[in-house]
Design a binder for this molecule. Structure first.
Ligand code: NDP
Length: 399
């Protein structure tokens, strides 16, 4: 049916590429392009021989001209951006210049400020609309499936949704005292930032990890979770009718938090460049270099993730509560595609989002967050491609 250019060859890209190959009726041809071409070639070697035709290329996604040249030579129907949030705008520029659809899993973040918000990407709306192409923002799990869950709850279960709590639990154990499950730099920037949530249309800011709750997750058990700022809060508060409050919680174990505090206290998580042996280095980037590569956690990680949303709202004038979630097993993911569940839960929705565009199921030109589209075909695809969802009408609530 179509051709996809996948940019990035890390943990998430690897899963997405496996899933494109499992969905070869839609993904007839893919090109894997990244900064380090050997990683693209290794993925191709692993997956070649199936129905999806695979090629590879070297590209620096910070360089718009290089991207345009690559898009013009491969001529994809969609570009799936699985590099880092810093590359979102250059890749969107290249898509605009070549009139190519765009999908990503994380919103743009400037390299020098750990602040992520949609304003930079939403500023492309009119230009994408005029070019007749679609940008699908945030097609991972959170953001991503959490937005699809919200659209599904709105469409089928509620007249208005007043409260959403997004709960992201990773109960996986990789056996290291400290490692991050996805790109360490992005992960640490996210969790060391101030927390925030939206109440009555206003952002309320908290100190990092200030708000803690304990939640008993289905199929996982009781875990400590902490309120974080998260990008989908911004778009869901606008796109879901009736929202009074929306929060995001993520679980962290004590060992992770103790190490993080210590690294922060000694300055290792700073993104301010320092002079070291005559060279400018960013402490957080140096830390990334000494931490385990998230892709190497796959064979060691045991346990499950449980990510979902609790909705409270009204249906036919009555109060209603509804919980939608997915449980994913690290070892099963590794058996299937050679990656742990955090990469898996992101890579599968990235493939599905691109498939929605390639099959024309979602095709409104412009720049759109995932909850703006019809959730039903995406929900069906989650069941088919390894992320089945579960629902409960009587969940425990978060106070
Ligand atoms: P990795 O660090 O494993 O992979 C990133 C890849 O991007 C690497 O292959 C890297 O190349 C490549 N890359 C980085 N900079 C450039 C560049 N300038 N040009 C070309 N390629 C580049 O990250 P993950 O796979 O863990 O994460 C990928 C994305 O997914 C991130 O944006 C992350 O924020 C997002 N994410 C989203 C989630 C969600 O639920 N929505 C959850 C988890 C992650 P090299 O190998 O040379 O370094």
């Amino acid at each position: 049916m179509g051709k996809a250019l996948i940019i990035g060859a890390g943990g998430v890209a690897s899963v997405c590429i496996h899933k494109c190959c499992q969905n070869s009726d839609v993904f007839e041809e893919i090109c894997i392009a990244s900064r380090t071409k050997s990683k693209c070639d290794a993925l191709k070697a692993k997956l070649d021989g199936g129905k999806t035709k695979i090629s590879t290329a070297q590209v620096n996604a910070d360089n718009v001209d290089e991207l345009i040249a690559l898009i013009n030579s491969f001529k994809p129907d969609v570009v799936i951006n699985l590099a880092l949030p810093y590359q979102d705008l250059t890749i969107m520029d290249a898509c605009l210049a070549t009139k190519t659809n765009y999908v990503d899993t994380a919103n743009y973040e400037p390299l020098d400020t750990a602040k992520f918000e949609y304003k930079w990407q939403w500023a492309y709306r009119e230009r994408f609309e005029k070019a007749g192409i679609t940008a699908l923002l945030g097609s991972g799990f959170d953001p991503g499936v959490t937005g699809v869950f919200s659209a599904y709850a709105m469409k089928h279960e509620f007249d208005e949704i007043n409260y959403i709590d997004i709960l992201d639990c990773n109960a996986g154990d990789h056996g290291y005292p400290f490692a991050t499950n996805f790109n360490p730099e992005i992960n640490i920037r996210e969790v060391s930032a101030k927390g925030s949530y939206i109440e009555d249309g206003k952002w309320i800011e908290t100190e990092p990890m200030e708000i803690k709750r304990v939640y008993n997750f289905p199929e996982v058990g009781e875990k400590d979770m902490y309120l974080l700022h998260h990008e989908e809060l911004e778009s869901l508060a606008l796109n879901i009718k009736g929202i009074k409050r929306i929060r995001f919680f993520m679980t962290f174990g004590q060992s992770y938090l103790t190490h993080l505090k210590c690294l922060e206290n000694v300055g290792m998580t700073s993104i301010e460049p320092i002079e070291f042996e005559g060279k400018q280095i960013v402490p957080l980037q140096f830390l990334k270099a000494v931490l385990p590569d998230p892709a190497s956690l796959g064979p060691r990680t045991k346990g499950k993730t449980n990510i979902g949303c609790i909705f409270i709202g009204k249906k036919d004038g009555k109060d209603k509560t509804y919980y939608l979630y997915n449980v994913c097993d690290h070892e099963e993911c590794y058996k299937e595609v050679g990656s742990q569940a955090v990469s898996y839960t992101t890579g599968v929705p990235a493939m599905i989002g691109a498939a929605m565009l390639l099959t024309g199921k979602w095709n409104t030109p412009g720049v759109h967050n995932i909850e703006e589209f019809d959730p039903d075909p995406f929900m069906d695809a989650l069941n088919k491609f390894g992320l089945p969802w579960k629902e409960s009408y009587n969940p425990d609530l978060v106070d």
